[in-house]
Write a protein that binds this ligand. Structure first.
Ligand code: SF4
Ligand code: SF4
Length: 278
């Protein structure tokens, strides 16, 4: 499972950011595929991106003149959420892969969670409401509408969009100012924290994880727990990077469906299954 997941993560990242011409020339692909969303965070401004980011699309549609319901972005989010839930985070999001790799660096003692996790885990819902939705409809009193999450926070956009784009495009590089430095600081903080804590951005700040987490209980991809076979050894909870117990797995919005618990169970009582059984 571990190797399979890493392979899928790498392949998905390469395929969805495979526009080599863009990397070589510092240009963004603007073809027809950009009207489609990929499931994970995938910055529109990444020179290699062949499709759009669902959070970026949601903000762009909310940002239009006059309020309009962003049907297209909501449709993609509903489709990916109802089929996959947070399987997207565990298997298909490029920035999830980046954090996974950083956490593997054998530099310091590893932690699954930050202190005050039970409060901080709601940070991603605050980001969703304040930056993605409110920031795009009206910002701080209704004077300006901006895709506030992309502009002020998204470290994935900085790493996979801004940095490669500015590296290859001198004209854009000369315009980079204080805002770019702020975003570099956010990225650096997430990178350093990811080495010690498991996926801090996914656990505490990602608005896409917040949305897909709401679908986890109902999505088609589930992890089913055969309670009758369980001997309460808690090997699954020890293996789980976000410390979930077997009772919590199928309903928790924090489960990223990584499958580590499935691999760890000595009784094979945790199984990926297409939907809830029984
Ligand atoms: S409960 Fe299992 S699938 Fe979910 S995050 Fe933990 S180890 Fe991964
Ligand atoms: S590892 Fe398997 S047997 Fe042990 S507590 Fe978890 S589900 Fe039960």
């Amino acid at each position: 499972m571990k190797k399979l997941r890493l392979t899928v993560q790498l392949l998905f990242t390469i395929v969805t950011n495979g526009y080599l011409y863009g990397f070589l020339n510092g240009k963004i692909y603007r073809g027809g595929l950009k009207y489609l969303c990929v499931p994970g965070l995938n910055c529109y401004s990444c020179p290699g991106a062949i499709a759009a980011c669902p959070i970026g699309a949601l903000q762009a549609l909310l940002n239009q003149q006059g309020f309009q319901i962003p049907f297209a972005a909501l449709g993609f989010l509903f489709l990916f959420g109802s089929v996959l839930g947070r399987f997207v985070c565990g298997w298909l999001c490029p920035f999830g892969l980046v954090q996974d790799l950083l956490h593997k660096l054998p530099i310091c003692k590893k932690k699954k969670r930050l202190p005050c996790h039970h409060i901080l885990k709601y940070g991603k819902y605050a980001v969703l409401i304040l930056l993605v939705v409110a920031g795009s409809i009206f910002l701080w009193g209704g004077f300006a509408k901006v895709p506030a999450f992309c502009k002020y926070l998204c470290p994935s956009g900085t790493l996979l969009g801004a940095i490669p784009l500015l590296s290859a495009n001198e004209a854009l590089r000369s315009q980079a100012g204080g805002l770019f430095l702020w975003k570099l600081g956010v990225l650096l903080a997430i990178v350093l924290l990811s080495i010690r804590v498991y996926r801090p951005f996914c656990q505490y700040l990602c608005p896409l994880g917040a949305i897909y987490g709401l679908f986890n209980r109902f999505s088609l991809v589930q992890i089913h727990w055969e309670k009758e076979l369980c001997i309460s050894c808690m090997a699954c909870e020890s293996a789980c990077p976000v410390a979930l117990s077997p009772q919590e797995i199928s309903r928790s919005p924090e489960c990223i469906r990584c499958g580590k618990c499935v691999d760890a169970c000595p009784r094979n009582c945790l199984l990926f299954s297409p939907k809830h059984r029984g």
